[in-house]
Write a protein that binds this ligand. Sequence first.
Ligand code: NCD
Length: 323
Amino acid sequence: MSSPLELLEKSSRKIRHVLRAQDFKRETLMELFGLADALEREPMEIMRGRTLCWYGGEASSRTAVSHIMAAQDLGGTYLARAITESSEGGKGESLADTIMTLSVIDPEGIIVLRHPDEDAIYRAALVSKVPIINAGSGGEQHPTQALLDGFTIFKTIRRLDNFSIAFVGDLKYARTTNSLAYLLTKFRGIKMYLVSRDALRMKGDLRYYLELHRERMDLEVVETADLDWVIDQVDFVYQTRAQKERAEDLGEHASNPPYVIDRAMATRMKPGARIMHPLPRREELAREIDDMPQQLYIDQMRFGRIIRRALLAKICFDNPVSR
Ligand code: NCD
């Protein structure tokens, strides 16, 4: 079995910024999955002397903590700043200047940015002199969540081709389902059910992107509002929270109650089928499922730290510092 360093040396494609899920190549994803396993067997202090800077413009538990823990696993340190504490939050400094500042003061760092403005991550990447990772860009993307979701599916069924998944709930504003849908277009033979109320359907640009991959990747997409019909057909149910904080018009959520997955629903799933959720949850995912074999969302959190460790190791290797 190869060591983490051997795997990093073998990889030809480099990663600098992580902005959108569709930018990952299939080969890179498979390499990261292998690297994640290798780092579990054999730790590596490739981040020693480097700092991860969490720059948070929205609340975060799992994403912030797992990036920070992953950096520490690799011997790195961290700095966590909320936008409210920064000059961007308090003095009206532009995000570009804030990012420029961070990357000039710490030219060996890695910035992880979560921002409510969908465009901010791209503006940040334009000025950043250090690698920058998108940890959630408004209602648009969350590429490292897609990475951990893909890794979770891979760890569960040992493949990312030929399986079925239902994305459920608020597909209009959930960035996690957006990013995972983009990521899954790299794989073949996937059947994707998009289960939502009419007002919360997946946005047209992503729906069209999926359409472009239909024939070439043997991708089947079914849009429906009927979770009852889908629940016993799929290998994975990916439930989402109503993203009320993002809704342009709150009526969309008030008049479209969430689908609830409870014990009765979970029991109807195919044998071996699993329930995913990026968390946090509200009423759409009943706690009574936590102890059922269909639960996969708790494992997702664990895999998040493991795959982010691989991602950070790769970014450190691909963007060495000159000392
Ligand atoms: C999600 C997010 O922030 O988009 N959570 C996460 O990162 N695990 C999902 C959500 O907030 O509903």
